[in-house]
Design a protein around this ligand. Structure first.
Ligand SMILES: Nc1ncnc2c1ncn2[C@@H]1O[C@H](COP(=O)(O)OP(=O)(O)OP(=O)(O)O)[C@@H](O)[C@H]1O
Ligand SMILES: [Mg+2]
Length: 799
């Protein structure tokens, strides 16, 4: 069932002859944890079917309401008639999402375990009628709910468990203080309330009536004071018999609900407003113009090197007006060059640059920059599986939902095919699938390099997962063999990566080996014969973890490209001990992604900010994350990076909320203190409306050591941020765009020159996080060249 297990049990206020109204709390899945739910309170219209005739009718109506309101795909529930403890109705969608007919005795699989206990404490299974039970209320039990009503306690001839909580609450309101209780009973009641106050279940359920987590304890304290003044003997005895237990908490909860609704309407309203302003449900409705179109979506689905992008680009080029959305600047630049070379005028639009080609009707852009305003005949969204990316996924989701194009071509692996199908069924778009196979199968070399760099061959791409490792490898390979190495890693500007790729692809030089990070996995056309994994573990910003199989596949798949010098692709590992993990990763099917990323637009954040004035922007984002509601198919993208920038800019006065929002998206490397310093300076100047200077000198020449190389990387980063800001804010405030462009080109060039001659030991970045290697004591030292391979995490994989 979509959206995780239901754990709730709710009472329906129903008398034997009359179902007055129902308050149903539906779990509303929150993005960040399967354990956390928000809840909806759904008050049904007044029902007045007679109990005898219309329990089915009631459940059917309720079923319709639950189905039409629940964000969950297949909300399943059963209404129990406690009189015979038999589910008399159920409503469930079948696998294909069709509503199954209501079926009186349809078992949902969980029903058998969900029987209520009989009066004498024996469990009554589903279908075991217990004619003697008096029914005064109905219970809706959702799938996988606990049997919270077990141990019915009949006190004074009345079964409190089956009493309507509204009635119980009303009785409490008019009751007198009970002085007859023993001291020990009061102690037990205190314990029960303490248990209630600490109950995560109750705090979660309280969200359903818009009692927020921060107000929950206050509400419980008030409720306890009220209860202690009013508690009747009957109630007290019942509670004491339950003791400080879940049962007691669950018994008290509906009475607490009634109390809160009456006592805290303002708090509830305030929290309700906050929640509704952080509503990210039904994102397909955010783009009414795209919804008004009947779009044709073609999913080009297949592994790497199977011709997906090639085929989609054919459609793009044939269209009158087209847009290509790329995951990387580099790839947008490649398509821009390629398409123009083929005679189709095409402009380039990325966060940092806008190259307008006169008379062009085609655009190659980065996916973040795509316009949902313009109309296109054909759009291509490349690497669509990135919808599930934890940080950038929202940009792909937005492009898919919002693009106004008659035809949209999606290229990617099959991992998001199901969810795209689901989204298309919501948007009403027509989906076509085109499946691809790899042109040539990828072959694993079982021999591996046996830990010896002498086994490196021309056309190899040796993959490592940190900058330091890359330079150490380059040094070691160049020292031990006659090969020369090009390098590609994330911190290099696209121009330099391209220069290195060209150097590697070009036959007429000695640079025939590539040492690269996972940045090689996407976008570049490389003549790779064999992908060799130096390790299969990487630092994820927190600790060292095995590289996920999907990433291993993507990188390994770069070997052997159609039309290249090496159409047959090979892959292997440096060490034999990593081979099993590699093989296993390649064998694994593509995972079936269940959720894709979302992030609010500025307008949504602004609306939310209206509910929480006077808090910092970083705090506001945090609150948004805590309170936003999402449908089961979406998650809120990680925004730690945005919060870090927001925190840094907190003390800069005079920035509007929108300014802060925009500054936070600037592509800065927050681990680089110098780059962060410059971003802060840019924001400070911007805030006082002073034209923002670059204030950074050009380096004298190419780098002579790693510190100088890192300085070049940082300088390019700063210029890239400047260019980005100049595109996202008023031009007058960032007047040195042209100069920044020129400097960026020169620095990319210097970086290229530096890498050609680089043969120095890498250093760690000042103030940056320690490199994984520094954190490790171990690591394997390679024969006398200073190279130390990080310990393999996957060494004993599968053994
Ligand atoms: N029909 C074709 N004719 C000529 N060349 C082709 C054809 N199809 C694909 N190619 C070439 O094969 C290579 C791989 O194709 P393409 O880039 O479309 O693969 P892909 O499936 O998108 O791979 P990836 O997932 O790595 O992006 C490219 O260099 C492309 O130009
Ligand atoms: Mg492709």
């Amino acid at each position: 069932m979509a959206g995780g297990p239901f754990t709730s049990l709710f009472r329906i206020c129903a008398s034997r002859n009359n179902v007055h109204s129902a308050r149903v709390l539906l779990p509303y899945q929150n993005f960040h944890s399967m354990r956390q739910f928000n809840y909806w309170v759904l008050e049904t219209q007044k029902f007045s079917p007679s109990f005898d005739v219309s329990c089915r009718q009631f459940s059917s109506t309720l079923g319709d309401i639950i189905h039409s309101h629940s964000p969950l795909k297949n909300p399943q529930f059963t209404i129990f008639n406690p009189a015979d403890a038999r589910p008399f109705s159920s409503s469930v969608n079948d696998e294909d999402g069709n509503r199954a007919k209501l079926n009186e005795n349809k078992s949902l699989g969980f029903v058998e375990n969900a029987g209520l206990e009989s009066v004498d404490g024996n469990s009554v299974g589903a279908g075991d009628a217990n004619e003697n039970r008096v029914c005064e209320s109905m219970v809706i039990e959702e799938k996988q709910s606990d049997d919270v009503e077990g141990g019915n306690n009949i006190v004074g001839g009345k079964n409190l468990v089956f009493r309507d909580p509204v009635e119980l609450y009303r009785e409490l309101l008019t009751a007198e203080k009970n002085d007859k209780l023993k001291r020990s009973d009061w102690d037990t009641l205190q314990e029960i309330f303490s248990c209630f106050s600490k109950s995560g279940w109750a705090a979660n359920q309280a969200l359903g009536i818009y009692i927020g987590m921060s107000f929950f304890h206050t509400a419980v304290n008030h409720f306890r004071n009220f209860f202690f003044k009013k508690c009747s003997a009957e109630l007290a005895v019942h509670l004491v018999s339950l003791g400080a237990s879940d049962k007691a908490v669950r018994f008290l909860f509906p009475i607490f609900v009634e109390y809160c609704i009456e006592e805290f309407p303002d708090e509830i309203k305030r929290f309700q407003n906050m929640i509704s302003s952080a509503d990210l449900t039904k994102p397909h409705t955010w783009f009414p113009f795209a919804r008004a179109m009947k779009r044709k979506i073609v999913y080009h689905c297949g592994p790497t090197n199977s011709g997906k992008t090639y085929n989609a680009l054919q459609q793009f080029m044939e269209a009158k007006k087209g847009i290509y959305c790329s995951p990387l600047r580099l790839l947008a630049m490649e398509v821009f060059d390629k398409v123009n070379a083929l005679g189709v005028y095409c402009s380039l639009y990325t966060g940092q640059e806008k190259k307008h080609v006169p008379f062009s009707n085609h655009i190659a852009c980065t996916v973040e920059m795509v316009s949902t305003e313009e109309l296109y005949d054909v759009a291509v969204i490349d690497e669509i599986q990135m919808m599930a990316d934890s940080c950038r996924g929202y940009a792909w989701t937005r492009a898919l939902l919002g693009l106004k194009a008659d035809e949209i071509h999606l290229c990617g692996d099959p991992s998001v095919l199901d969810i795209v199908k689901k989204i298309c069924s919501e948007t009403g778009d027509e989906l076509h699938e085109q499946h691809y196979e790899r042109f040539k199968p990828l072959v694993v070399e079982a021999k591996t390099l046996l830990g010896d760099f002498k086994n490196v061959r021309s056309g190899d791409c040796v993959v490592a997962f940190s900058r330091r490792e890359i330079f150490e490898l380059k040094m070691a390979i160049e020292k031990q063999t006659n090969h020369r190495c090009c390098v590609i890693y994330g911190a290099l500007p696209p121009e330099t990566r391209r220069q290195q790729a060209n150097l590697f692809n070009d036959q007429d030089n000695e640079y025939d080996v590539l040492v690269a990070s996972d940045a090689v996995g996407m976008g570049l056309n490389l003549n790779i014969r064999r992908v060799v994994f130096n390790t299969l573990s990487k630092y994820n910003g927190d600790k060292i973890v095995p590289v996920p199989p999907s990433q291993v596949k993507q990188i390994a798949g770069r070997a052997g490209r159609r039309g290249s010098r090496y159409p047959d692709g090979l892959t292997t590992t440096l060490q034999l001990e990593d081979l099993d993990y590699l093989i296993d990763c390649l064998k694994q099917p593509f995972e079936n992604v269940k959720k894709v990323g979302l992030f609010p637009f500025f307008e949504q954040v602004e609306l939310f900010a209206g509910q929480l004035p006077n808090i910092s922007f970083a705090h506001l984002l945090e609150k948004f994350g805590e309170n936003c509601r999402l449908d089961g198919s979406y998650f809120l993208c990680r925004h730690d990076h945005i919060k870090k920038v927001a925190n840094m800019l907190e003390k800069v006065q005079g920035l509007s909320l929108e300014d802060r929002f925009n500054f936070c998206f600037a592509p800065v490397n927050f681990r680089d203190p110098k780059a962060m310093y410059h971003l802060h300076r840019f924001a400070a100047l911007y805030s006082i409306k002073v034209p923002v200077s670059i204030a950074m000198g050009m380096p004298k020449g190419s780098a002579r050591n790693d510190a100088e190389l890192q300085d070049l990387e940082t300088k390019h980063q700063v210029l890239s941020v400047y260019l980005w800001l100049s595109q996202h804010f008023k031009k007058e405030i960032f007047p040195y765009k042209k100069k920044a462009e020129e400097m960026a080109i020169d620095i990319a060039d210097l970086l290229g020159q530096s890498l050609i001659k680089a043969c120095w030991k890498p250093e760690s970045r000042q103030g940056g996080n320690p490199r994984p290697q520094q954190k490790e004591d171990g690591g394997e030292r390679h024969k006398g060249d200073g190279y130390r391979r990080p310990n393999s995490l996957v060494k004993n994989y599968g053994k």
